[in-house]
Ligand binder design. Structure first.
Ligand SMILES: Cc1ncc(COP(=O)(O)O)c(C=O)c1O
Length: 447
């Protein structure tokens, strides 16, 4: 009997993230990767324009990370980190993160990924206010076009409605304000800047809901999956002020923007403010093994540590502090530091943005933006009105296919071509990305 082709077996036995058979017709089978290049089962190479899923920061094929995993697995692959037990790798990683992350954040809880980190942040915010005698402070405010993961509460914070309808009702107590999108935000209060106006929407929402009911505000420093939205320079200072004034915890979702992606270690460093809780995943292991987590400010930590045992922080995952994942994370941080990849992200990003800006002369390119090695090219039907192509035009699929045909893998979100290659991508490869995006747009919508 002939062995069935792997993709036929896939269709028979796998449910994929965002599953639908129609989306899976032209599936590629990824088999290997080196640096910024991935190879499919036909032997064809592609530039990985999204670092896998915004996570393979140190690039593909790192023997050092495989060695770290192998060594830890051979020593102690796993044991419980529930209170009363610990392991050296989780301890070392938490201590190292306390030096790398925002100065106010020194204490960490590990998860397996970003959505678990979101759940942890929301539960911690509620816990914090209950411990302080304010049990009514439970609501979470986020932004439209935010992405915080797809477990039920994380999905409810995610501000992309396409993810909701077939899974509703959403978790009560989650609401959204407009994203601080310099290209699309309509500032109805021109006496203040766009950044301040967008931040003021948070204060309006808090006052409308009642400050005594709001536990936290969550924001990606740069919104990634929603189309790479980079807030104006004055946005987060105002957000910080509003959160502090109304006793609302500020959660930074650094799942994409952490570990050098934006040209700094963490996203809010560009804005000079610090969160009360931060969350991370993806780049902490460059995706080689699953790991995420949250860091909390000393104030939040003191509250967690200060409750009586009967009111303890009753939150847990089997894989919290997984020794193998933490060992890979430590080795990954070694690479980022040794190879100065944060600086490389800043320098490569400046080059990428400069070249991408030349695409603004194309009739269908409405806006180009970038910060470090995260960027987007927004495709519009009409530059004057900024209107998008109708859904029937199938722009997302056409652009994605056109780039793949030309040897570039990436994703298109709301007609924004997202670009976030590994931090090791060479200048020549960055230039090739820009050329390919130009060719693909010209092919699909004209020059
Ligand atoms: C900002 C942000 N938060 C959370 C998540 C969810 O992470 P995960 O897919 O690991 O659950 C993502 C995933 O893309 C993300 O971009």
């Amino acid at each position: 009997m002939q062995t069935p082709a792997p993709l036929d077996v896939d269709r028979a036995h796998l449910i994929h993230p965002l599953h639908h058979p129609s989306a899976h017709a032209g599936t590629r089978l990824w088999v290997s990767g080196t640096g910024a290049v991935i190879t499919d089962s036909t032997g064809r190479d592609y530039i990985d324009g999204l670092s896998g899923l915004w996570n393979v920061n140190v690039g593909h094929g790192r023997q050092e990370l495989a060695d770290a995993a192998r060594q830890q697995m051979a020593t102690l692959a796993f044991h419980s980190s529930y209170a009363g037990g610990s392991n050296e790798k989780a301890i070392a990683l938490a201590e190292r993160l306390s030096r790398l992350t925002y100065p106010s954040i020194n204490t960490f809880f590990f998860t397996s990924g970003g959505a678990e980190a979101s759940e942890t942040s929301f539960k911690t915010a509620r816990f914090y206010w209950k411990a302080l005698g304010k049990p009514e402070k439970i609501k979470v405010i986020s932004r439209r076009r935010a992405y915080h993961g797809l477990t039920l509460a994380a999905m409810s914070a995610t501000g992309l409605p396409a993810f909701w309808p077939m899974f509703e009702p959403r978790t009560p107590g989650f609401l959204h304000i407009d994203a601080p999108d310099p290209y699309r935000f309509v500032n109805t209060t021109p006496e203040v800047s766009l950044g301040v106006a967008a931040a003021n929407a948070l204060e309006d929402a808090i006052l409308r809901e009642g400050p005594d009911t709001v536990a936290a505000f969550i924001a990606e420093p740069i919104q990634g999956a929603g189309g790479v939205i980079i807030p104006p320079a004055d946005y987060f200072a105002r957000i910080r002020e509003i959160c502090t004034r109304h006793d609302v915890l500020f959660i930074a979702d650094d799942v994409i923007t952490g570990f050098g992606r934006t040209g700094r270690w963490f996203g809010l460093e560009h804005y000079g403010v610090e969160p009360d809780i931060m969350q991370f995943a993806k780049g902490i292991t460059s995706g080689y093994v699953p790991l995420g987590g949250v860091g909390v400010s000393d104030t939040v930590r003191d509250v967690i540590n200060g409750v009586p045992p009967g009111k303890r922080w009753m939150h847990a995952f089997t894989y919290s502090g997984h020794p193998t994942c933490c060992a890979v994370a430590l080795s990954n941080l070694d690479i980022i530091e040794r190879e100065r990849l944060v600086e490389r992200s800043a320098a490569g990003g400046a080059r990428l943005l400069e070249k991408l800006r030349t695409l603004e002369s194309l009739t269908a390119v409405g806006h180009v933006r970038g910060q470090g090695l995260i960027a987007a090219v927004e495709v519009v039907a009409d530059k004057a009105t900024k209107s998008l192509f109708p859904a029937e035009a199938g722009m997302t699929q056409k652009l994605t296919d056109a780039m793949l045909e030309r040897g570039l893998y990436t994703r298109v979100a709301l007609d924004c071509i997202c670009i976030a290659p590994p931090l090791v991508t060479t200048d020549a490869q960055l230039d090739q990305i820009v050329d390919t995006v130009r060719d693909a747009i010209t092919h699909v919508v004209g020059g």
